[in-house]
Design a protein around this ligand. Structure first.
Ligand code: SF4
Ligand code: SF4
Length: 279
């Protein structure tokens, strides 16, 4: 089973929920797909036993074969190739590695070469399996790295995915195929605004979901009213506590020091099991 943990915006406590959920349930695997800013490992401190570079194929032009017909530029949806009079330019950082240009070049003037975008790493901490991706600095092409991290999904484990914040392409790449999604929010106007956007995405993807309200005793009641009106289950509330904040700032998962919360995360997991669509 795959449970993704997402939030419409950063800073709501998404990683805290993903990490503590993974540490509280049996037989879990945590995959941190927030590859631009992975930080689950700070709290898990896994022993990394495998590091693999991840590449995307980008075009390389053999200008001795090219007649500058412009077909490759026409088919590239990402403006990664520009054909000028007697010259051709490739912008590898814009290329999504779709292969259309090399496939459709009438003169077979394009070959694909690998460009490294980051690394995928796996390891363990006790019985917990762990994986994450680290995107190269300045690199924009995160979905292929997210896909590489997701390929480590262990079908006999409960896979917890830490999803990048927001509602864009990397989020879809991370959430797609999940059995359930936990949306982490905080009860503030900004939190509610981004929660509404995330709910729209999950409804389009047809993935069952529920909400965790972090710092639940701050802010206002609008988020609760929205969830009631939209019939969205509130799976768990985490109050603002200085002890949790201090543990977070020192890189410690709070359930390690506050075991009473392990029971709450386990309870949420059992509740999720009742909401997952049956095959
Ligand atoms: S499609 Fe092939 S032949 Fe035409 S401009 Fe591109 S590389 Fe050159
Ligand atoms: S591989 Fe796809 S994205 Fe990259 S340059 Fe060719 S057509 Fe464009």
């Amino acid at each position: 089973m795959i449970i993704s943990v997402a939030s419409g915006k950063g800073g709501t406590g998404k990683t805290t929920v993903a990490v503590n959920l993974a540490l509280s349930i049996p037989n879990a695997q945590l995959l941190d797909c927030d590859v631009e800013e992975p930080n689950s490992h700070i709290f898990i401190k896994p022993n990394i036993d495998n590091t693999s570079p991840v590449f995307i194929p980008v075009p390389e032009i053999d200008e001795s074969l090219c007649d500058y017909c412009g077909r490759c530029q026409e088919v590239c949806e990402y403006n990664a190739i520009a054909v000028l009079k007697g010259a051709i330019l490739v912008f590898p950082e814009l290329c999504h590695g779709c292969g259309a240009c090399s496939y459709l070049c009438p003169r077979k003037a394009i070959k694909e070469v690998n460009r490294e975008i980051g690394v995928a790493e796996t390891g363990t901490k006790g019985n917990l399996q762990f994986g994450h991706g680290r995107l190269n600095i300045g690199e924009a092409m995160s979905p292929p790295l997210i896909k590489a991290v997701r390929e480590y999904s262990n079908p006999v484990r409960t896979v917890i995915i830490d999803v990048p914040p927001g509602t864009s392409c990397p989020v879809i790449s991370s959430i797609k195929g999940s059995d359930f999604c936990v949306l982490v929010t905080e009860p503030t106007p900004f939190g509610l605004n981004d929660l509404i956007l995330a709910v729209e995405v999950l409804r389009k993807l047809d993935i069952p979901f529920g909400v965790v309200i972090n710092r639940s005793d701050l802010g206002n009641k609008d988020t609760y009213e929205y969830c009631a009106k939209e019939k969205i289950p509130i799976m768990m509330e985490i109050p603002f506590k200085k002890e949790i904040a201090v543990l977070y700032s020192t890189g410690i998962a709070f359930t390690e020091q506050m075991p009473e919360y392990k029971k709450e995360f386990l309870g949420m997991y059992k509740n999720i099991l009742t909401k997952v669509k049956k095959p």
